[in-house]
Write a protein of this length. Structure first.
Length: 369
């Protein structure tokens, strides 16, 4: 499953620094607006200690993590929906992603220009959200104009579409992004082809100063981060806190140096691990594993997906010829010394196509093509 997350925000909030640390892709960084023009793209291995534990247990010839793709999209400004700062071009890039990671500046630094000359996370969030809503409003109104005449003439499908578009326009006019509007499944289906910006789930990424990297993790530990938490709580969004400067340093360190560096800062893991984990939670994702002497591999599916869906995530042939799934819970796999131990203790289960996959399941598929 190729999942894409777009990193957005105002100019000079640390988007490209965070993207570089995530992907080690070397996106240009500079202290001026629109340093990023085209979206930089990078594929990131999803950190999961269970994958390494399974590798240590089984000793396969190769280990393959599951991944997420990140796009670093140029800084948006007020008026982006009308083309300010090349806004329309940048907004078009956002339409390609599954989720939005909205980087919010939560640090003071006189040497780094803020486009509004003050650090105010709530206001910054509102600027971006307003531009995305205005862009959506324009897109929906144009589609509504296209179907309104057909709807008035009694064409049923056009009437169905027009009703959904009118409802969304009213919501956007009232300042409510599409993801927070009370839409039916049918209305969401009508809107799907528009790839509306504010329909996408949002993860707020608070970029804090190095001195605040540890204390800001807890509610009440940082006033600017708490502003973002309040916004997120009101709309059911997620929040990840990190320091872009620290993450950039970690990305340059050798593996055996990272733990000591983090410990000196009072941190237990890189902030980027938290970002990816939070993105998984936001998107309702889970990981299952396939494990054997040739390969141990992590796979991504949505919560609620079945064994049949999981088989399709690997290969369409697995899904078409699905017979059954052999399933071992990750904890059983580790505690019982592998597949043979789990089998002997009766902890290997045979599951049908409707079995709901659990996070951490180790699965082997039987199929017939």
């Amino acid at each position: 499953m190729a999942l894409r997350c777009g990193i957005v925000g105002l100019p000079n909030v640390g988007k490209s620094t965070i993207f570089n640390a995530l992907t080690a892709a070397g996106a240009e960084m500079a202290n001026y607006p629109f340093c990023t023009i085209e979206p930089n793209q990078g594929v990131v291995a999803v950190p999961d200690p269970r994958l390494q534990a399974l590798t240590d247990l089984i000793q396969p010839r190769q280990t393959v993590p599951t991944t997420m793709e990140f796009l670093d999209i140029a800084g948006l400004v007020k008026g982006a929906s009308q083309g300010e700062g090349l806004g329309n071009q940048f907004l078009g890039h956002i339409r390609q992603v599954d989720a939005v990671a909205h980087v919010v500046r939560c640090f003071e630094d006189d040497d780094i220009i803020h486009v509004h000359n003050r650090v105010d996370p709530t206001s910054d969030i509102q600027v971006i959200e307003t531009e995305l809503m205005l862009a959506d409003l324009d897109a929906v109104r144009r589609r509504l104009d296209g179907v309104a005449k057909k709807a008035r003439s009694g064409e049923k499908e056009a009437a169905r579409q027009a009703a959904a578009f009118e409802k969304v326009v009213a919501g956007l006019d009232g300042g409510v992004p599409v993801r927070r509007q009370d839409l039916t499944a049918d209305e969401r289906q009508v809107l799907r082809e528009l790839f509306l910006l504010t329909a996408k789930p949002v993860l707020y990424v608070c970029n804090v100063a190095e001195a605040d990297a540890a204390t800001a993790l807890e509610p009440g530990g940082h006033p600017l981060v708490d502003q973002v938490r309040a916004v997120a709580a009101a709309e059911g969004a997620e929040v990840a806190v990190l320091c872009g400067a620290i993450e950039a340093e970690i990305a340059e360190l050798k593996e055996d140096e990272k733990a000591a560096f983090l410990d000196d800062l009072g941190l237990t893991e890189p902030g980027l691990n938290r970002l990816i984990r939070t993105a998984y939670r936001l998107l309702g994702l889970l990981t299952f594993f396939t494990a054997g002497p040739k390969e141990v591999r992590a796979w991504t599916v949505h919560r609620g997906d079945t064994a049949y869906d999981a088989a399709g995530a690997i290969h369409t042939d697995f899904q078409k010829g699905f017979i059954r799934a052999e399933v071992i819970a990750y904890r059983d796999m580790m505690d019982l010394g592998g597949e043979q131990g789990a089998r002997e203790k009766g902890r290997l289960r045979l599951e049908g196509r409707d079995y709901p996959v659990a996070d951490g399941d180790v699965m082997h598929f039987r199929f017939n093509v």
